[in-house]
Design a protein around this ligand. Sequence first.
Ligand code: DC
Length: 231
Amino acid sequence: METRSVAIDGPSGAGKSTLARMAARRLGIIYADTGALYRSVGLYALRRGISSRDARGVAALLPEIEIEMSYDDTGCQRTHLRGEDVTDEIRAPEASLYASDVSAIPDVRAFLLQTQRDMAARRDVIMDGRDIGTVVLPNAGVKVFLTARPEIRARRRCDELTAAGRDVTYEDVLRDINKRDTNDSSRAAAPLRVAADAIVFDTSELDLEESFSGLLDIINERLYGENDAAV
Ligand code: DC
């Protein structure tokens, strides 16, 4: 059976994972978080003591890396690295930094490409990342480029981290967001860019509920609407 997919790309802190998870639940389909794959590779390199900037060293680890995704009753993704559930550990700050670096290594991107396509081939998904609409699923039924101004993204991320008990300042978070934007858009391998057929959805002036409702409208119209786009 042909599956349907929704690709959501955009810069860090745009709310991709929150909105994609909410939309997946509403539509009764799977939310596929591709950042978890890069984070798992980063975590493995970290554990093995290989620098995340050592492209050859990281590439040499790839044959040892086996990542499996499972989904609980609510459709939430759990990530397993060589059989171990690393869902929580890959969110640690060191794993985030490692993920960002290893995601710029072409061998890593090539290694994870098929895994991502397999995830979308098995079932209907909403998949978020940086290159889903441009590289991973060029035939996705809906492509959304979710964005917001850097200052807004920094404010939201800062509130989220503060609520989670982390001691951060708005200035630090904004600097981090600007740095990640530059990294993600300027890297040679699959840089962050808007797919030609993506709908750009800027949530700078919208709250969570308005963003969610706007995203659902886009998905419903493109995926299930009268024109019934090819998936
Ligand atoms: O979305 P995230 O923060 O969990 O992603 C972790 C890192 O992986 C982030 O620095 C960007 C990178 N990434 C990527 O390059 N391509 C993707 N499809 C998903 C994530």
